[in-house]
Design a protein around this ligand. Structure first.
Ligand code: ZN
Length: 187
């Protein structure tokens, strides 16, 4: 099957499958050499030109820049499991707004999220049973995507550490249709 016609959901055919000693990372390093050669050298401002920060999930199917038509240098993208507004995300947003000039925030959750497959109590117990240590961090699983987007918007809006909380919009990305659906929140 040609690479471009690969069916979604199947693992990629990998050149290293038949090459002993060459792993994924080596393959990616070779990709980077080709990428660097194909790109003009140039310097972009460290401050995102669209003055935008995006918080989203680590999901491997969501290519944020392609899905939104963004280019290099235009936006910050903060990612974690679920696109959750953790203290560390607030830390990054504070730097983004106070040092690097961003003003608007987009939050993107998505359908078929891995965080919908676990529960806070269950995953916490699993980690504790496996290691003997209960994690200090919150698991932050969710079942209702829309409700969690609303919660995330409120966390950003109510953060005292941020300068700009007037434009904070939340969406659910459909990983099958690639469309964004906006989640309305009370003003
Ligand atoms: Zn996810």
């Amino acid at each position: 099957m040609p690479r471009s016609r690969r069916r979604r959901g199947n693992p990629p055919e990998s050149a290293h499958d038949n090459v002993p000693g060459v792993g994924t990372i080596d393959e990616l390093l070779a990709n980077n050499r080709g990428f660097a050669e194909s790109m003009p050298n140039g310097h972009l401002d460290v401050r995102p030109s669209r003055r935008l920060a995006i918080v989203t999930c680590m999901d491997s199917r969501l290519n944020v820049f392609e899905a939104l038509g963004l280019r290099d240098g235009e936006a910050h993208v903060l990612r974690n499991a679920g696109g959750v507004i953790t203290d560390d995300v607030i830390r990054s947003l504070a730097v983004s707004q106070r040092r690097l000039g961003t003003r608007e925030v987009i939050l993107i959750h998505h359908t078929d999220c891995g965080m919908q497959t676990l529960s806070d109590d269950g995953f916490r117990a699993e980690l504790q049973e496996a290691t003997g240590v209960a994690p200090a961090f919150a698991i932050e699983s969710f079942t209702d995507l829309d409700a969690d987007v609303r919660q995330s918007i409120l966390r950003v809006r109510r953060s005292d550490f941020l300068l700009h909380t007037d434009v904070v919009r939340g969406f659910v990305y459909d990983t099958d249709t690639h469309r964004l659906r906006e989640i309305e929140t009370p003003a």
